[in-house]
Design a protein around this ligand. Structure first.
Ligand code: R1P
Ligand code: GUN
Length: 268
């Protein structure tokens, strides 16, 4: 495994110079959701100011940290398909760990497989299926950071999901997220297979981040914004512009949910 301990220490040192905030809650924002960070107060730190942090290359991922007393928001993540090593894909989580974050909210844009879902809907992630063909924990293990064989049976904290559902005005549907490497969207045959193996939505991120957060002992919850129905569900082609546009359309609604969850976690 990459020397994650060294990476975390390097981030800690780099951030010491730019902020004194040490929030307990971290948020990773998905495609087209960066605007959520603009509307919240705090200090903005561009990834270019943080030593060792890569730059996002995908439209809709801008590349800055917004930090305040209560939360650290990361507007911009790294995907395996961008050509990053899987060890770099998880750097947002390592950065949050360096800040002392204990609880993580991950968000993403995803294609809906479950026919009960519709574009614009926000779904609480119940579990995931790792079909990336990679795992960030492969390699020698540093037992000071986490176990060799991490348990993944509660990777999306059941207790937190329960509290979130109780707090929100209306319950969110839950679903299983299948994480594939991308960058091409799926074929209709692949989507039929994913449906059969129990996936409700599909995307190209989140899974490595949640594996790392779980390994590092962070309580994690995740939200998918269903930006499109997955390939073959509707008779229409897919494109990233639609993903960005749908995420923008529901941004205010999604922000309300993320803010409520941030308040809930901060009050505990
Ligand atoms: O998962 P996020 O980063 O939200 O983005 C999703 O949207 C992009 C494809 O349109 C892919 O990057 C996919 O993973
Ligand atoms: N893999 C995948 N990622 C997405 N991100 C947003 N929509 C999709 C989709 O349909 N498939």
């Amino acid at each position: 495994m990459a020397d994650y301990y060294t990476t975390i220490e390097a981030f800690r040192k780099s951030l010491e110079k730019s902020t004194e905030f040490r929030p307990r809650t971290g948020v990773i924002l998905g495609s087209g959701l960066s605007k959520i960070a603009d509307s919240l107060s705090g200090t903005a730190i561009d990834y270019s100011q943080i030593q060792g942090m890569p730059r996002p290359t995908v439209e809709g991922h801008r590349g800055f940290l917004k930090i305040s007393r209560d939360y650290a928001l990361l507007a911009g993540r790294f995907h395996y398909y961008e050509g990053h090593a899987i060890q770099d894909v998880v750097k947002p989580v390592l950065l949050l760990k360096a800040l002392g974050v204990e609880r993580l909210i991950v968000t993403n844009a995803a294609g809906g497989i479950n026919p009960d879902f519709e574009p614009g809907q926000i779904v609480l992630i119940r579990d995931h299926i790792n079909l990336m063909g990679a795992n960030p924990l492969v390699g020698p293990n540093n037992g000071d950071l986490g176990p060799r064989f991490p348990d993944m049976s509660d990777a999306y904290s059941r207790a937190l999901r329960k509290r979130i559902s109780a707090r929100l005005e209306y319950p969110l549907k839950e679903g299983v997220y299948a994480g594939l490497s991308g960058p091409c969207y799926e074929t209709p045959a692949e989507i039929r297979m994913l449906e059969k193996i129990g996936a409700d939505m599909v995307g190209m991120s989140t899974v490595p981040e949640v594996i790392m957060a779980n390994y590092l002992g962070m309580g994690t919850v995740g939200f998918s914004c269903i930006t499109n129905m997955a390939a073959g569900i509707l008779d229409q082609p897919l494109n990233h512009q639609e993903v960005i546009d749908t995420a923008a359309r529901v941004e205010t609604h999604f922000r309300g949910i993320v803010e409520t969850v941030m308040e809930l976690l901060a009050s505990e």
